[in-house]
Design a protein around this ligand. Structure first.
Ligand SMILES: *[C@@H]1O[C@H](CO)[C@@H](O)[C@H](O)[C@H]1NC(C)=O
Ligand SMILES: *[C@@H]1O[C@H](CO)[C@@H](O)[C@H](O)[C@H]1NC(C)=O
Ligand SMILES: *[C@@H]1O[C@H](CO)[C@@H](O)[C@H](O)[C@H]1NC(C)=O
Length: 202
């Protein structure tokens, strides 16, 4: 009986090839470790910190809720944006602010794009106008109740398209969502305002 040779040859080829695969594996592993160390060093140098936002002041003017449950009102907010990083700057390429009451959006407005350098505090002063906003559900009755009680609890949402800048490197666009709640606003501006810290989602 003739003994077939091929199986042994295949085995021999595998034996010869495996050191090459081993080198490739070692090189890939080495690269992964190097990239990991580079990322760690960059992270330690940059030391990213969370961005901080708060509503510092808010007021309502020309509030008018018609008999047909349409709302007219002007909302003014002062939002403090703080970038605590010492190496990271931020491009705010678009910023949109909206005000909500009981999950109904009352008004929306854009804020002019801006650049925020490191350790900078920037105050945004959005003015939002509700014009003939049709209210539904329990919202009109609750708004009338709040108007007569003298204050109202609002939610302020900010949605921004931002890019980070570290040295000369700029990141891709990311969506920043800021949620400030509850923002307690007095209809009479003599009553003062308690600042509201905002939650940030990036
Ligand atoms: C808050 O805004 C109201 C109305 O615009 C203003 O009268 C008041 O001085 C502001 N308060 C602060 C602390 O800026
Ligand atoms: C509220 O709006 C209605 C309808 O536009 C108007 O007739 C009324 O005079 C307004 N009231 C105030 C106090 O501005
Ligand atoms: C933050 O940046 C803005 C716009 O560049 C500038 O007007 C403001 O003075 C800066 N504030 C601080 C505290 O550096």
């Amino acid at each position: 009986m003739a003994q077939p040779n091929p199986p042994r040859r295949i085995f021999a080829q595998r034996q010869r090839r495996s050191p090459l695969l081993w080198y490739i594996a070692v090189i890939i592993l080495g690269l992964v470790v190097l990239v990991g160390i580079a990322v760690l060093i960059i992270w330690l140098v940059v030391k990213p910190k969370h961005l901080e936002y708060s509503v510092e002041n808010a007021s309502i003017h020309n509030f008018n809720l018609t008999d047909a449950n349409h709302l007219y009102a002007n909302f003014d907010f002062s939002i403090r944006a703080y970038n605590p990083n010492s190496k990271v700057s931020i491009y705010y390429d678009s910023v949109e602010v909206s005000v909500q009451y009981e999950d109904q959006t009352l008004a929306t407005n854009a804020v002019a794009p801006f650049f925020q350098s490191h350790k900078n505090v920037t105050r945004l002063q959005p003015s939002l106008t509700a014009q003939t906003v049709a209210l539904y559900g329990s919202v009109p009755a609750d708004l009338r109740r709040d108007k007569s009680s003298g204050n109202i609890e609002l939610d302020v949402w900010v949605r921004a398209r931002i890019r980070f800048k570290v040295g000369r490197w700029k990141s891709e666009h990311r969506i920043l969502r800021i949620f400030c709640s509850p923002v307690l606003v007095h209809f009479s501006s003599s009553k003062g305002f308690d600042r509201t810290k905002c939650d940030v989602e990036l």
